[in-house]
Design a protein around this ligand. Structure first.
Ligand code: PMV
Length: 326
């Protein structure tokens, strides 16, 4: 009863921000993302009749407290579906830093879902895996299908899941992840999302979000990179406007984050098609076409603001692998 899965993180072009059901993690709106080739979590789950409790190791450290509880709660969902009552050993490793806004929860819970379900003897469809992953971390449902992905918002547990819009080789977009600081963010996404509805701008956003989703899909369909990039950039700022104006209010940016946003716009004025987006955190994602990526990285490194860059291409979604971690 052992299985290992590898899952990509993803970057949202249209953001998921705010829920209609906290326990089921049903989103206030649909969202669109791309899976990332170089930000991955690998997870092995082994159920064992001699264990009456789960043990969790993340990046070589035994994990307790809230992080462990979230893993155990998710395995409880799987145990219930599989009608088993066994403890598990879970070993997970990320190839990137957790907690700086690179969506480690998306890759972590997508990998845990597939590894856990398979180890428990379940054979789930992509849709069922996406529904299950969503309950652990909303964005994780988008790391299940391949490539460019839409999470169909949905109103119930059964109709809230993600589907692939295009396979990874559809468009040569790069997402250059720019790590400006390796510290963990002070407020988790789950916590900050709870106050989304208190922002005076939240209703305004929801009123227009379906038109925005249609527009993004149009630009994606036409491969119109400048229009696509403009929309993605303002969407990230809209999410942060809500984060900053909700009660309580949160500020995720560091001075480096803002300096790089301003520089990105300057590079654009100088003729380079590059756009920023970001999640809840201080690290930025710069989007450009493959042919411009070397120039973008060169410019970034010359700023002196950057700790590390990770160049991502569109990726397949979660899959099983043979290389077990235990
Ligand atoms: O899945 P969560 O609860 O980590 O939420 C992710 C939310 C954002 O990353 C900020 C936006 C998104 O759509 O990925």
């Amino acid at each position: 009863m052992k299985a290992t899965a590898i899952a990509p993180s993803n970057i949202a072009f249209i953001k998921y921000w705010g829920k209609t059901d906290e326990a089921l993690r049903l989103p206030a709106n649909g969202s669109i993302s791309m899976n990332l080739s170089e930000l991955q979590t690998t997870t092995t789950v082994k159920f064992n009749k001699d264990l009456d409790e789960d043990t969790v190791f993340i990046d070589g450290q035994k994990t307790e407290g809230l992080k462990k509880n979230r893993v155990t709660q998710h395995l409880d969902r799987i145990r219930k579906m599989a009608k088993i009552n066994l403890g598990a050993k879970i070993v997970s490793k990320n190839n990137f830093p957790m907690g700086g806004g690179l969506s480690s929860s998306a890759s972590a819970f997508a990998a845990l879902t597939l590894a856990g379900a398979t180890a428990a003897g379940l054979d789930l469809t992509e849709k069922e895996l996406s529904i299950l992953a969503r309950q652990a971390s909303g964005s994780a449902c988008r790391s299940v299908p391949d490539g460019f992905v839409e999470w169909l918002g949905g109103k119930t547990n059964e109709d809230s899941y993600a589907v692939s819009l295009y396979l990874p080789d559809y468009w040569e977009i790069c997402d250059v992840v720019v790590i400006v600081n390796t510290s963990e963010k002070s407020v988790t996404t789950t916590e900050a999302q709870k106050s989304a509805l208190s922002s005076p701008f939240f209703r305004e956003r929801l009123g227009k979000i379906n038109d925005k989703i249609s527009l993004l899909k149009k630009y994606l369909g036409e491969k119109d990179f400048p229009k696509f990039g403009e929309l993605v950039e303002t969407e990230a700022l809209e999410m942060h406007a809500i984060i900053m104006t909700s009660k309580p209010s949160y500020l995720y940016w560091l001075p480096e984050t803002l300096r790089l946003m301003i520089l990105t716009r300057q590079w654009r004025k100088d003729g380079l098609a590059v756009y920023f987006t970001l999640n809840t955190g201080h690290d930025l994602h710069l989007l450009c076409l493959q042919k411009e990526v070397e120039k973008v990285v060169r410019l970034l490194k010359a700023t002196g603001e950057v700790k590390n860059v990770i160049i991502n291409r569109p990726s397949v979604g979660v899959r099983l692998v043979e290389g077990h971690l235990l």
